[in-house]
Design a protein around this ligand. Structure first.
Ligand code: CMC
Length: 432
């Protein structure tokens, strides 16, 4: 049987061409439009990439209608329930769950790359104490390129692996240091006796003058947050990493560009924006006013933590975190008025025709912010936590792109030009 195709006729000339339909493992097939320009002299336009696949990938699959998220074929709820972040990171990076032997070796490497070069510490001194930690992350992660020259040959698979290990290992250290800088406390070095999440919590919250123990419920909740944020297909920041990487830039620079794209409130910055919004709403009684504002086309206000480009029935990550959120608040005996507001907001929005008809549901960031706040993570660190976890997805997608020699080429979108047509330069004295 031949390949499936779709016929396209240019009604201006009457010429018809056949475009191949390419099927993936699951999910909608794609039309390969690469020959359109050659055949018809036209480009395609898809602002916001709502219908355009930017690459082929074996890493993550999302079915937005059914609320399915798979990492390398494994449903996210099974991974969140049975696995832990470091194992999930291995799965995303290497494609399979590790054997005991493989995991031991990989864990050794991650653990022994967790310190950063002492020279990098000086970078922090250059930042104001009130600098947003995401600003610090963009700078410090980009600066890693200046310290680890021995792993930046992107064409060498060993270099790619070492830089992936370095990034996964050092992100918690870099993130915790950005917090310590903001509160004026000494940096805490990684402790190789601790696991990945415990070590991060220890670097965040321990101080030289006191002993610190990690609460297992807190650890479990943070581990879940890390797992759920680890990858999400070709979102804005991952696409940014891929585009930066397509020019053969070094991996540290590429991840820094991903952090930049993640920062915005429409993407990773939403978890911080949710908490700000809940604070602004104040008491549950004022929610209807804010719901009306969110529905008003002339008001820029949106319900943060609601809606998703892909999930149109529910966000499976939000379902998992909702449970985790209640557990943490109970364990820590936190009574957070923001949570009451959040629960009431969810209830009212889900009954409102506007939100129902537009299929706007709470997304992962609706709950992650409440958990992070309860465990003592300051609001301006929320997106840093997201960046820490998403680094695994970014570097896995970057490595996949570069290893895929048959398809690896610089990303170079085209445009529909709507500016002035050719015109002649006018000397200043003759301009009106
Ligand atoms: N509150 C009120 N109205 C909304 C919201 C919202 N949160 N989200 C979408 N809409 C409306 C929007 O006004 C538009 O209405 P209309 O069709 O009348 O013009 C319609 O729903 C479709 O919205 P859109 O902006 O075209 O959808 P999008 O797919 O481009 O945007 C989104 C997706 C996530 C950026 C958007 O829903 C949003 O801004 N949500 C709030 C921010 C947020 O929570 N972001 C985190 C996303 S999950 C974490 C991550 O993956 O980064």
């Amino acid at each position: 049987m031949g390949q499936d195709t779709i016929s396209i006729t240019d009604n201006r000339s009457g010429k018809t061409i056949e475009l191949p339909i390419v099927k993936g493992t699951t999910g909608p097939p794609v039309i390969n439009v690469a020959s359109l320009y050659k055949e018809f002299g036209i480009f395609t336009l898809d602002e916001g990439f709502t219908t355009t696949a930017s690459c082929q990938s074996k890493i993550t699959f999302i079915d937005g209608e059914k609320g399915i998220l798979l990492y390398r074929g494994y449903p996210i709820d099974q991974l969140a329930e049975n696995s832990h972040f470091l194992e999930v990171a291995y799965l995303l990076l290497y494609g399979e769950l590790p054997t005991e032997e493989q995991y031991k070796d990989y864990k050794y490497h991650i653990t022994h790359h967790s310190m950063f070069h002492e020279g990098l510490k000086k970078f922090y001194d250059g930042f104001r104490p009130d600098a947003h930690p995401m600003a610090i992350m963009v700078g410090v992660v980009g600066a890693l390129s200046a310290f680890y020259h021995d792993s930046t040959d992107i064409h060498d698979p060993k270099h790619r692996e070492i830089s992936a290990h370095r990034l996964i290992a050092k992100m918690p250290t870099i993130a915790a240091a950005s917090f310590k800088h903001s509160v004026g406390q000494p940096f805490v070095y990684p402790d190789n006796r601790l696991g990945y999440v415990d070590n991060f919590l220890n670097m965040m919250f321990s101080v030289p003058s006191e002993s610190y123990g990690v609460n297992p419920v807190v650890k479990d909740a943070l581990d879940k947050i890390f797992i759920l944020h680890a990858d999400h297909e070709q979102n804005a920041s991952t696409s940014t990493v891929r585009l930066a990487g397509s020019s053969q830039a070094n991996p540290f620079a590429c991840i820094s560009s991903g952090i930049t794209a993640l920062w915005g409130p429409a993407h990773g910055g939403a978890n911080e924006a949710v908490l700000k919004m809940l604070g602004e709403i104040g008491k549950p009684g004022d929610i209807p006013k804010f719901i009306e504002r969110a529905k008003d086309k002339n008001d820029p206000f949106r319900l943060m933590g609601f809606g998703h480009r892909v999930y149109k029935n529910y966000d499976p990550r939000a379902m998992i975190l909702k449970k985790s959120c209640h557990k943490v608040l109970e364990e820590l005996d936190v009574h957070d008025p923001n949570l009451d507001t959040a629960m009431k907001l969810e209830e009212l929005a889900l009954k409102d025709d506007y939100f129902i008809s537009k299929k706007l549901y709470p997304n992962v960031d609706f709950y992650s912010g409440i958990i992070l706040k309860a465990i003592g993570i300051p609001v301006n660190m929320f997106t840093v936590i997201f960046a820490l976890a998403r680094t695994v997805g970014w570097i896995s997608q970057w490595a996949e792109m570069i290893a895929d020699e048959g398809h690896f080429r610089i990303g170079r979108p085209r445009q529909l030009y709507t500016g002035a047509d050719t015109r002649s330069y006018v000397p200043m004295k003759d301009r009106k």
